[in-house]
Design a protein around this ligand. Sequence first.
Ligand code: UN1
Length: 513
Amino acid sequence: LSTRATNVLSALDISTTGPVYGVYDGEWKGSGDVVSSLCPTTGEVLARVQTASPEELHTALSKTREAFTFFRNVPAPRRGEILRQIREALGAKRTELGALVSLEMGKIKTEGIGEVQEFLDICDYGVGLSRMMNGRVVASERPGHSILEVPNPLGVVGVLSAFNFPVAVYGWNLALSLAAGNATLWKPSPTTPLCSIAVTTIIARVFRGAVAGLVTGDKDIGAAITESRDVDLVSFTGSEHVGRIVGRTVQSRFGKVILELGGNNAAIVMPDADLGMAIPSIFFGAIGTAGQRCTSTRRLYLHRKIADDFLDRLQKAYAALKPGDPLDDATLLGPMHSTAGVDVFEKAVRNLQDTDARILAGGARYSAADTPGGQQGNFVQPTIAIPKSIDPSDTLWQTECFAPILNCAVFDDLEEAIQWNNAVPQGLSSSLWTRDVRNVGMWIGPNGSDAGIVNVNVGTSGAEIGAAFGGNKSTGWGRESGGDAWKQYVRWSACTINFSDAAPLAQGVNFSI
Ligand code: UN1
């Protein structure tokens, strides 16, 4: 193992010699398939993780259930206090965890640490929430009656998370689930097991037991969680393809499901926009996390008046980019997470070339000579393309390509750009650049963007935790993190209580004997 990797792993007490257990249900274990965690920068094997056997998953599920029957009776502010301690423990390892995200996922250091920060932020939010998960008293139409809406703990929450945010998305779910009084079982992406092991290790030091359990493994483990009647809510982040299967499976057993699926996010730049702000923001939106955020900017619609100038300046920014080790402070462009991602990139570029798109930047992998240490890793050149077709119903515009490729088109009026923005199946994030308040009004209103995230002079990615995060249409309609998202993690009880000496029926129904 390289010193670079050894340093990161040892700082988090992940064994670099012995077995690495990938299951936690109160104790660490793992006797299922062994999966290798690969470093996207160097290709080296970081660890071999012993994932969950079907039996271990079964045990973990019943222990999580058992943990719930205890945990639901812990008063909510006490649960908040546990979250506060988790926040402190994770915060003490913020840089170390951030580095592990960079090592195993491949995103650059500031984004790795930012992702841990997002977990800390949502813990803070959960602490506050634990004293504010209020129900309601509803006016009854009957004398001497009261109606209460009571949020009760829901049960077991299964969190199936993706490789691109191997820490934060679990944080969103854990914080709300824990505050709500649930027990959580986490099944992370098979390619980022170490991030989940490190996070769970830190949490388990604060709070031993199966309230926050972990089962690493592949598709079969995910499928078993999805099918299990022991899991009341499945929160899934991933592709539209898998999301459709997860949604159907959970729905067919009448479980609850939160889906956070594909994004195919557009930025629209009006002629009055402040380009000095728009260009760096769109640059980050398209290239940040090497184009592998659900919220990455994939489509860029430029008003004819500023299109040439904008592209000229954007190309200059792209030209200055150099791939580097994500663990180096100066690096802005890390590798893609996996070779499968590189294949997606190469296929999309070939398709652009075959359909006569103009490639303004990138368009290939980096050669080994250009990449850190001369190891090719999964580095690809961020690409700007102007597809020949501007027809939004073309597959090229309709599909989310999870790679740093920005497709651009030129428009003449805002209505046209909004129509293009909305013409795709997905509806996660969107961004308008303008200084004209009338454009803002149109964009955020009934004739505006149909995405879940509708930004103005802010890029498509990098949302804060305070608002509900999620998207519409084939993004799955799920909402996580802030806003009213917590309301999905509870079981609502509508309680009509009669304090009177009579038992009248509602709606004035008369049924006297
Ligand atoms: C994701 O890509 O799955 O808004 C989550 C953002 C981050 C979260 C992205 N706060 O880009």
